[in-house]
Design a protein around this ligand. Sequence first.
Ligand code: NOJ
Length: 540
Amino acid sequence: MAYEVDNNGVPLGRDGRAAWWTGVIYQIYPRSFQDATGGGIGDLPGITSRLDYLKNTLGVDAIWISPFFRSPMADFGYDVSDYTDVDPIFGTLEDSAELITEAHRLDLKVIFDWVPNHSSDQHPWFVESRSSRTNPKRDWYVWKDPAPGGGPPNNWLSIFGGLAWELDETTGQYYLHTFLKEQPELNWRNPEVEAAMLDSLRFWLDRGVDGFRIDVAHYLAKDPEFRSNPSSTSTPDAVKDYHEYATQEHLYDKAHPDIHRIHGRIRDVLDEYGDRFSVGEIHEFDWVEWAKYFGKNLDQLHMPYNFTMLWTDWNATDFRDRIIAQERALPRGAWPNHVLGNHDEPRLSTRFGTERVRAAAVLLLTLRGTPTMYYGDELGLIDGVIPPGNEQDPWGRRYPELNRDACRTPMQWTLDDGMGFTSAGVEPWLPFADPNTSVASQLDDPTSVLSLYRNLLRLRHEIAELALGDIDMFEGNANDVLAYKRSLDGETTYVAVNFTNEDRPVEFPTEVRQVLSTSAERTEAFTAILLGANEAIVAR
Ligand code: NOJ
């Protein structure tokens, strides 16, 4: 069942107010947020102890926590060996219950990370499945005979490098793994798998979780004929070049149209529980295909993630095009979203430049649609430097230039030994990215990046059109200034972002006053101003 939408195109919850997931989501990488037990790795009690910061100091509406389920940690939790238990590194089931209870007491929504495409090879299902060709769980994973004459069944590749097929010597068949060989693909065409996985959702929904981020949600259905992929004719401009993975057109190893039936089934389960939510990790850069994940009647994902802004240079024209393209692609009643960083990509300070982190914050928090912030970006955190030989990311060990450790360094709460993340004297699992900054040191500085994020989040809650209004570009300005207005019920807020390192004039359609700027004070009303280098302004 889809949700209601008001006259302004805003999705409504069952209480008739804007759906909670139109608010701001904050992503937590649990290994790196807060270590309450002193082992140098973050944990659930640590997160619980920081909920007050997230709600009352920062002002976000929901948290998404990357996986903390039982796992051998071959891919730091994206290899799950029990979907309904907490890994001892992170705590206990009781800790997860306390986290949900405490978050709800603070009116914060909680989103868990569900990894349905593959389990760990240590999951009891896979241990059974690989034990013999006749095991009842054999068909729970994707097993294939070798090609005639030997070798893998087709040419599919793993995103993490090499072939996507691993030969099991004992039973003489290959199993499919789009990621590491420790992450065998579940067979969603088997109704028993579907039922078991949907039950794992119910397990957490029964415990009060408000929603799920769905890992690689576009991989759940593959070509039933297992045809080989053709070679790539071009490198798509929006997709990172995953080495040999980019040498193929991925026609057959993901996103088979049957995937939409699966997402419909997932949605049915969420809708059994009221105002619950799903956001899919969808690396789909064809807007028409992307939009299909909402479902014809908005009955699949509440939102497929829009990653186009992760793959653009700091360029006003490209940002403008992507904003307009998403608005045009949205099915009627669907809600947009924006992402500028996550645990898989270099931090936005690296991709856009440290001098642009403030303008990027204004963009993320004033565009129409749900913003997902990445922990640490509110400090303008830079990527960490990992001493050679200390790499942790299994993918990064294979492709050092794609190592994801740099964006996963521990949160920096204070300037003390351990930076408030872990106990003094304890080595954190990754080095701190920048020992000179912290929440505590930025909190009382009105010019800090943290103060800017706090102000933007406060404005988003105070000014209805910033959270829920329409978006339109306003004309008459240089191409390298992105200027848009947000309007709702007769009220309008204007935003202008200077994408250059030089001053740029901006004209507003009407006389306005500054509400916030990343660098300048303006007390008088104006219709035209000179924006400073990399300055972003909010005005009404
Ligand atoms: C996408 C996740 O974001 C990434 O961190 C993970 O390695 C892969 N899926 C495999 O689950």
